[in-house]
Design a protein around this ligand. Structure first.
Ligand code: TRP
Length: 335
Protein backbone atom coordinates (compact mmCIF):
# COMPACT_ATOMS: atom_id res chain seq x y z
CA UNK A 1 0.00 0.00 0.00
CA UNK A 2 1.31 3.41 -0.96
CA UNK A 3 1.50 6.10 1.68
CA UNK A 4 -0.64 9.19 1.23
CA UNK A 5 0.33 12.74 0.39
CA UNK A 6 -2.00 15.68 0.88
CA UNK A 7 -0.90 19.13 -0.06
CA UNK A 8 -2.55 22.30 -1.23
CA UNK A 9 -2.20 25.59 -2.98
CA UNK A 10 -4.28 28.76 -2.87
CA UNK A 11 -5.76 29.86 -6.19
CA UNK A 12 -4.96 33.55 -5.86
CA UNK A 13 -2.67 33.98 -8.86
CA UNK A 14 -0.63 32.09 -11.42
CA UNK A 15 2.21 29.80 -10.38
CA UNK A 16 5.65 31.37 -10.18
CA UNK A 17 9.16 29.98 -9.94
CA UNK A 18 9.02 30.23 -6.15
CA UNK A 19 6.18 27.70 -6.15
CA UNK A 20 7.89 25.52 -8.70
CA UNK A 21 11.28 25.22 -7.03
CA UNK A 22 9.96 25.67 -3.51
CA UNK A 23 7.31 22.97 -3.24
CA UNK A 24 5.41 22.11 -6.37
CA UNK A 25 8.37 20.56 -8.18
CA UNK A 26 8.65 18.17 -5.26
CA UNK A 27 5.04 17.10 -5.78
CA UNK A 28 5.95 16.09 -9.32
CA UNK A 29 8.87 14.03 -8.06
CA UNK A 30 6.82 12.26 -5.41
CA UNK A 31 3.57 11.68 -7.27
CA UNK A 32 4.37 8.16 -8.47
CA UNK A 33 5.49 6.87 -5.10
CA UNK A 34 2.54 8.11 -3.08
CA UNK A 35 -1.21 8.20 -3.35
CA UNK A 36 -1.27 11.94 -3.91
CA UNK A 37 -4.09 14.39 -3.25
CA UNK A 38 -3.49 17.97 -4.37
CA UNK A 39 -6.04 20.46 -3.18
CA UNK A 40 -6.80 23.74 -4.88
CA UNK A 41 -7.65 25.60 -1.69
CA UNK A 42 -10.37 27.98 -2.84
CA UNK A 43 -12.05 28.12 0.58
CA UNK A 44 -8.75 29.11 2.15
CA UNK A 45 -8.12 31.65 -0.63
CA UNK A 46 -11.47 33.23 0.17
CA UNK A 47 -10.44 33.85 3.78
CA UNK A 48 -8.55 36.88 2.60
CA UNK A 49 -10.13 37.33 -0.82
CA UNK A 50 -13.79 37.02 0.14
CA UNK A 51 -14.51 40.35 -1.52
CA UNK A 52 -13.04 39.21 -4.83
CA UNK A 53 -14.82 35.97 -5.77
CA UNK A 54 -14.04 36.45 -9.48
CA UNK A 55 -10.32 36.30 -8.78
CA UNK A 56 -10.52 33.06 -6.81
CA UNK A 57 -12.90 31.56 -9.36
CA UNK A 58 -10.69 32.35 -12.34
CA UNK A 59 -7.54 31.16 -10.65
CA UNK A 60 -8.93 27.71 -9.83
CA UNK A 61 -8.80 26.61 -13.46
CA UNK A 62 -5.61 28.62 -14.00
CA UNK A 63 -3.79 26.86 -11.17
CA UNK A 64 -5.06 23.48 -12.34
CA UNK A 65 -3.63 24.17 -15.82
CA UNK A 66 -0.34 25.42 -14.37
CA UNK A 67 0.02 22.29 -12.24
CA UNK A 68 -0.69 20.02 -15.19
CA UNK A 69 1.78 21.99 -17.33
CA UNK A 70 4.68 21.51 -14.94
CA UNK A 71 4.21 17.76 -14.88
CA UNK A 72 1.51 16.90 -12.37
CA UNK A 73 0.20 13.72 -13.93
CA UNK A 74 -3.59 13.35 -13.75
CA UNK A 75 -3.17 9.58 -13.87
CA UNK A 76 -1.14 9.65 -10.68
CA UNK A 77 -2.70 12.50 -8.73
CA UNK A 78 -6.15 13.33 -7.41
CA UNK A 79 -6.38 17.03 -8.18
CA UNK A 80 -9.44 18.48 -6.46
CA UNK A 81 -11.15 21.68 -5.39
CA UNK A 82 -11.50 22.26 -1.64
CA UNK A 83 -15.03 23.67 -1.72
CA UNK A 84 -16.40 20.53 -3.37
CA UNK A 85 -15.62 18.58 -0.20
CA UNK A 86 -18.08 19.81 2.45
CA UNK A 87 -16.53 17.36 4.94
CA UNK A 88 -13.55 19.71 5.17
CA UNK A 89 -15.80 22.56 6.30
CA UNK A 90 -17.54 20.22 8.71
CA UNK A 91 -14.27 19.05 10.27
CA UNK A 92 -13.16 22.66 10.56
CA UNK A 93 -16.14 23.41 12.79
CA UNK A 94 -15.39 20.51 15.13
CA UNK A 95 -11.66 21.23 15.26
CA UNK A 96 -12.25 24.89 16.03
CA UNK A 97 -13.15 23.92 19.61
CA UNK A 98 -9.69 22.49 20.07
CA UNK A 99 -7.73 25.67 19.38
CA UNK A 100 -7.51 28.79 21.47
CA UNK A 101 -7.54 32.25 19.93
CA UNK A 102 -4.25 32.99 21.67
CA UNK A 103 -2.63 29.99 19.98
CA UNK A 104 -3.93 31.05 16.56
CA UNK A 105 -2.60 34.57 17.00
CA UNK A 106 0.78 33.11 17.98
CA UNK A 107 1.07 31.04 14.79
CA UNK A 108 4.08 32.64 13.05
CA UNK A 109 2.56 32.39 9.56
CA UNK A 110 -0.70 33.99 10.69
CA UNK A 111 1.23 36.58 12.67
CA UNK A 112 3.27 37.64 9.64
CA UNK A 113 0.19 37.80 7.44
CA UNK A 114 -1.70 39.89 10.01
CA UNK A 115 1.27 42.27 10.25
CA UNK A 116 1.22 42.61 6.45
CA UNK A 117 -2.52 43.36 6.50
CA UNK A 118 -2.09 45.96 9.20
CA UNK A 119 0.68 47.61 7.21
CA UNK A 120 -1.65 47.70 4.19
CA UNK A 121 -4.92 48.68 5.83
CA UNK A 122 -3.84 50.56 8.92
CA UNK A 123 -3.22 49.38 12.41
CA UNK A 124 -6.80 48.99 13.56
CA UNK A 125 -7.15 45.23 13.21
CA UNK A 126 -10.43 45.81 11.35
CA UNK A 127 -9.23 43.83 8.37
CA UNK A 128 -8.54 40.68 10.36
CA UNK A 129 -11.57 38.42 10.17
CA UNK A 130 -12.56 35.38 12.20
CA UNK A 131 -12.28 33.27 9.06
CA UNK A 132 -8.78 34.45 8.38
CA UNK A 133 -7.40 33.85 11.87
CA UNK A 134 -9.00 30.43 11.75
CA UNK A 135 -7.56 29.23 8.48
CA UNK A 136 -4.96 26.99 10.16
CA UNK A 137 -7.89 25.04 11.59
CA UNK A 138 -9.29 24.50 8.13
CA UNK A 139 -5.84 23.45 6.96
CA UNK A 140 -5.79 20.83 9.73
CA UNK A 141 -9.11 19.63 8.32
CA UNK A 142 -7.57 19.42 4.82
CA UNK A 143 -4.70 17.33 6.04
CA UNK A 144 -6.62 14.96 8.29
CA UNK A 145 -9.55 14.42 5.91
CA UNK A 146 -7.18 12.45 3.69
CA UNK A 147 -5.24 10.66 6.42
CA UNK A 148 -2.06 12.18 5.04
CA UNK A 149 1.25 10.55 5.96
CA UNK A 150 3.25 13.27 4.29
CA UNK A 151 2.66 16.96 3.58
CA UNK A 152 5.24 18.36 1.13
CA UNK A 153 5.29 22.15 1.41
CA UNK A 154 7.41 25.29 1.32
CA UNK A 155 9.09 26.54 4.46
CA UNK A 156 6.42 29.15 5.24
CA UNK A 157 3.91 26.35 5.86
CA UNK A 158 5.73 24.63 8.72
CA UNK A 159 3.90 26.49 11.53
CA UNK A 160 0.61 25.40 10.00
CA UNK A 161 1.62 21.77 10.06
CA UNK A 162 2.80 22.12 13.63
CA UNK A 163 -0.60 23.52 14.55
CA UNK A 164 -2.30 20.66 12.70
CA UNK A 165 -0.34 18.17 14.78
CA UNK A 166 -1.46 19.87 17.99
CA UNK A 167 -5.08 19.67 16.90
CA UNK A 168 -4.70 16.00 16.03
CA UNK A 169 -3.13 15.17 19.39
CA UNK A 170 -5.84 17.02 21.26
CA UNK A 171 -8.57 15.38 19.23
CA UNK A 172 -7.15 11.90 19.74
CA UNK A 173 -6.66 12.57 23.43
CA UNK A 174 -10.25 13.65 23.98
CA UNK A 175 -12.17 11.47 21.54
CA UNK A 176 -9.88 8.47 21.20
CA UNK A 177 -7.34 7.52 18.53
CA UNK A 178 -8.89 8.74 15.27
CA UNK A 179 -6.73 11.10 13.26
CA UNK A 180 -3.40 10.33 11.64
CA UNK A 181 -0.43 12.56 12.42
CA UNK A 182 1.50 13.54 9.28
CA UNK A 183 5.13 14.40 8.61
CA UNK A 184 6.12 17.46 6.63
CA UNK A 185 8.60 17.41 3.78
CA UNK A 186 10.61 20.35 2.45
CA UNK A 187 12.21 20.44 -0.98
CA UNK A 188 15.95 21.03 -1.42
CA UNK A 189 15.15 24.71 -1.94
CA UNK A 190 12.24 25.35 0.41
CA UNK A 191 12.36 29.11 -0.07
CA UNK A 192 13.14 30.88 -3.32
CA UNK A 193 14.37 34.46 -3.31
CA UNK A 194 12.74 37.17 -5.40
CA UNK A 195 14.35 38.94 -8.36
CA UNK A 196 14.90 41.94 -6.10
CA UNK A 197 16.92 39.92 -3.61
CA UNK A 198 14.06 39.65 -1.11
CA UNK A 199 14.24 36.41 0.89
CA UNK A 200 10.92 35.30 -0.55
CA UNK A 201 9.43 35.36 -4.02
CA UNK A 202 5.80 36.34 -3.75
CA UNK A 203 2.98 37.78 -5.75
CA UNK A 204 2.28 40.49 -3.20
CA UNK A 205 5.97 41.40 -3.13
CA UNK A 206 5.99 42.12 -6.87
CA UNK A 207 9.23 40.19 -7.39
CA UNK A 208 8.04 36.98 -9.02
CA UNK A 209 8.65 35.29 -12.36
CA UNK A 210 5.47 33.55 -13.48
CA UNK A 211 5.24 30.46 -15.63
CA UNK A 212 2.78 32.35 -17.82
CA UNK A 213 5.05 35.38 -18.31
CA UNK A 214 5.81 35.94 -21.98
CA UNK A 215 9.32 36.45 -23.37
CA UNK A 216 9.09 40.22 -23.23
CA UNK A 217 8.03 40.20 -19.57
CA UNK A 218 10.75 37.69 -18.65
CA UNK A 219 13.35 39.83 -20.41
CA UNK A 220 12.27 42.99 -18.61
CA UNK A 221 12.16 41.32 -15.21
CA UNK A 222 15.59 39.74 -15.55
CA UNK A 223 17.09 42.96 -16.87
CA UNK A 224 15.93 44.64 -13.67
CA UNK A 225 17.06 41.86 -11.34
CA UNK A 226 19.38 42.72 -8.49
CA UNK A 227 23.12 42.18 -9.07
CA UNK A 228 26.12 42.62 -6.77
CA UNK A 229 25.80 46.31 -5.77
CA UNK A 230 29.59 46.62 -5.45
CA UNK A 231 30.12 45.82 -9.09
CA UNK A 232 30.14 49.15 -10.89
CA UNK A 233 31.97 48.48 -14.15
CA UNK A 234 31.57 45.65 -16.59
CA UNK A 235 35.02 44.25 -15.79
CA UNK A 236 34.88 44.55 -12.01
CA UNK A 237 35.24 41.24 -10.24
CA UNK A 238 32.06 40.48 -8.30
CA UNK A 239 30.53 38.17 -5.77
CA UNK A 240 27.96 35.91 -7.48
CA UNK A 241 26.43 35.02 -4.13
CA UNK A 242 25.18 38.62 -3.89
CA UNK A 243 23.59 38.46 -7.31
CA UNK A 244 20.07 37.33 -8.16
CA UNK A 245 21.05 36.66 -11.76
CA UNK A 246 23.55 34.06 -10.57
CA UNK A 247 20.95 32.73 -8.13
CA UNK A 248 18.61 32.03 -11.06
CA UNK A 249 21.42 30.58 -13.19
CA UNK A 250 21.69 28.06 -10.35
CA UNK A 251 18.09 27.04 -10.92
CA UNK A 252 17.85 26.87 -14.71
CA UNK A 253 21.43 26.75 -16.00
CA UNK A 254 23.09 24.15 -13.81
CA UNK A 255 25.36 22.82 -16.53
CA UNK A 256 27.20 26.12 -17.06
CA UNK A 257 27.23 27.19 -13.46
CA UNK A 258 30.95 26.85 -12.82
CA UNK A 259 31.83 29.00 -15.81
CA UNK A 260 29.27 31.64 -14.86
CA UNK A 261 30.61 31.76 -11.32
CA UNK A 262 34.27 31.86 -12.28
CA UNK A 263 33.88 34.50 -14.97
CA UNK A 264 31.85 36.65 -12.59
CA UNK A 265 34.41 36.39 -9.81
CA UNK A 266 37.25 37.22 -12.18
CA UNK A 267 35.49 40.15 -13.77
CA UNK A 268 35.33 38.42 -17.15
CA UNK A 269 31.56 38.58 -17.35
CA UNK A 270 29.50 41.75 -17.65
CA UNK A 271 26.08 41.78 -16.04
CA UNK A 272 24.32 42.66 -19.28
CA UNK A 273 25.66 39.56 -21.02
CA UNK A 274 25.09 37.42 -17.98
CA UNK A 275 21.46 38.53 -17.89
CA UNK A 276 21.07 37.92 -21.61
CA UNK A 277 22.31 34.39 -21.14
CA UNK A 278 19.96 33.82 -18.22
CA UNK A 279 17.02 35.08 -20.30
CA UNK A 280 17.80 32.46 -22.97
CA UNK A 281 18.08 29.66 -20.43
CA UNK A 282 14.89 30.76 -18.70
CA UNK A 283 13.02 30.75 -22.00
CA UNK A 284 14.38 27.31 -22.77
CA UNK A 285 13.33 26.10 -19.33
CA UNK A 286 9.82 27.51 -19.72
CA UNK A 287 9.29 26.36 -23.31
CA UNK A 288 7.92 22.84 -22.62
CA UNK A 289 5.79 24.18 -19.77
CA UNK A 290 4.28 26.81 -22.07
CA UNK A 291 3.54 24.21 -24.73
CA UNK A 292 1.60 22.09 -22.27
CA UNK A 293 -0.14 25.11 -20.87
CA UNK A 294 -1.26 26.10 -24.38
CA UNK A 295 -2.60 22.59 -24.86
CA UNK A 296 -4.72 22.80 -21.72
CA UNK A 297 -5.88 26.31 -22.61
CA UNK A 298 -7.23 24.79 -25.82
CA UNK A 299 -8.75 21.80 -24.01
CA UNK A 300 -10.48 23.20 -20.92
CA UNK A 301 -12.90 20.28 -20.98
CA UNK A 302 -9.98 17.93 -20.21
CA UNK A 303 -9.03 20.00 -17.19
CA UNK A 304 -12.63 19.98 -16.00
CA UNK A 305 -12.82 16.20 -16.38
CA UNK A 306 -9.60 15.78 -14.37
CA UNK A 307 -10.98 17.98 -11.59
CA UNK A 308 -14.32 16.22 -11.62
CA UNK A 309 -12.67 12.84 -11.16
CA UNK A 310 -10.33 14.25 -8.48
CA UNK A 311 -13.26 15.76 -6.59
CA UNK A 312 -15.04 12.43 -6.67
CA UNK A 313 -12.16 10.39 -5.28
CA UNK A 314 -11.35 13.05 -2.68
CA UNK A 315 -14.95 13.16 -1.52
CA UNK A 316 -15.05 9.39 -1.03
CA UNK A 317 -11.90 9.50 1.06
CA UNK A 318 -13.08 12.43 3.21
CA UNK A 319 -16.43 10.75 3.81
CA UNK A 320 -14.80 7.74 5.46
CA UNK A 321 -12.75 9.94 7.79
CA UNK A 322 -15.80 12.07 8.56
CA UNK A 323 -17.78 9.02 9.54
CA UNK A 324 -15.11 7.95 12.03
CA UNK A 325 -14.82 11.44 13.47
CA UNK A 326 -18.56 11.62 14.06
CA UNK A 327 -18.63 8.21 15.66
CA UNK A 328 -15.80 9.07 18.01
CA UNK A 329 -17.33 12.43 18.86
CA UNK A 330 -20.62 10.68 19.56
CA UNK A 331 -22.51 12.78 17.03
CA UNK A 332 -24.00 9.83 15.23
CA UNK A 333 -27.50 9.55 16.62
CA UNK A 334 -29.94 7.62 14.55
CA UNK A 335 -28.56 4.62 12.68
N1 TRP B 1 -1.67 27.22 3.03
C1 TRP B 1 -1.17 26.74 1.77
C2 TRP B 1 -0.62 27.94 1.01
O1 TRP B 1 -0.91 29.07 1.33
C3 TRP B 1 -2.19 26.01 0.95
C4 TRP B 1 -2.81 24.82 1.62
C5 TRP B 1 -4.15 24.66 1.89
C6 TRP B 1 -2.17 23.65 2.07
N2 TRP B 1 -4.36 23.49 2.48
C7 TRP B 1 -3.19 22.82 2.62
C8 TRP B 1 -0.83 23.21 2.09
C9 TRP B 1 -2.89 21.59 3.19
C10 TRP B 1 -0.55 21.96 2.66
C11 TRP B 1 -1.58 21.16 3.21
O2 TRP B 1 0.09 27.76 0.05
Amino acid sequence: MKKTILTGIRPTGPLHLGHLFGAVGNWVKLQKDYETFIEIADVQALTDNFNDPEKVHDNVLGIAKDLLSIGIDPNEVHLFIQSTIPEIAELTVYYSNLVTMARLYRNPTVKTEIAQKKALFGNDGESVTYGFVGYPVSQAADITAFEADLVPVGEDQLPLIEQTKEIIRKFNHIYGETLKEPEHLLSETPRIKGLDGNEKMGKSLGNALYLVDDDETITKKIQNAMTDPDKIHKDDPANPEKCMVYYYHKLVNKKNLEIVCEECQKGHRGCVNCKRELILHMQEFLEPIRKKRAYYDNHPEEVEAILKEGNKVAKQKAETVMKQVKEHMKIDYIK
